[in-house]
Write a protein of this length. Structure first.
Length: 185
């Protein structure tokens, strides 16, 4: 399913209401954006956020030089949903250590993808993640994490079956995030 959005209002739903003004400014830098696939919803804090499955635009036309640090982070979050893996990886590197609770779904969603370079970014940063933020997010969204687990299994089966499960990075990440899901802080 492909849908072209003429306004950024639907992309605003990826962020909490408290930062909607900042998100509007960040989104004003975006060129026309095609959304691919079905969006997905998660609970962040007490709010349901709806993130795009995939977006497609030319990031070269996003001029974020004049944006604040927060606004740039919002742009980076959305670009982790880009249709090109190297763009997702580049923007994941910029947000992975954020302490903002709305970043967690963007990171966890990428754990369920087949691009090994993205999984490596997550792995390199595991020990520096805010475990309380990720644990709270995962406990509030068990079905989202279960879907991520199914995707890891599917991609391993399709692309990495010649690796032992315990050696495949996706399963290592699931083990880490699964421990956060089970452990209360």
């Amino acid at each position: 399913m492909t849908k072209i959005y003429s306004s950024s209002s639907e992309l605003l739903s990826a962020f909490p209401v408290v930062i909607q003004d900042e998100a509007r400014i960040a989104l004003s830098t975006f060129p026309a954006t095609r959304l691919l696939g079905e969006s997905f919803s998660v609970l962040v804090g007490a709010e349901v956020l709806t993130l795009p499955c995939r977006i497609h635009n030319d990031p070269a036309f996003i001029h974020s030089d004049s944006l604040t640090t927060l606004q740039k982070e919002l742009v980076d979050c959305l670009l982790t949903r880009h249709s090109r893996g190297y763009i997702r990886e580049q923007h994941m590197q910029r947000i992975i250590l954020s302490r903002n609770i709305w970043v967690a779904p963007f990171v966890i969603k990428l754990v369920g993808e087949y691009v090994i370079e993205i999984l490596q970014v997550v792995q390199r940063n595991l020990q520096n993640l805010d475990k309380s933020i990720y644990g709270s997010f995962l406990r509030a969204n068990p079905e989202f994490f279960a879907t991520t687990e199914r995707r890891v299994i599917s991609y391993w089966n399709c692309y990495y079956r010649n690796h032992k499960r315990e050696d495949y990075l996706g399963f290592q990440l699931l083990k880490f995030f699964g421990s956060l899901l089970r452990n209360s802080d």
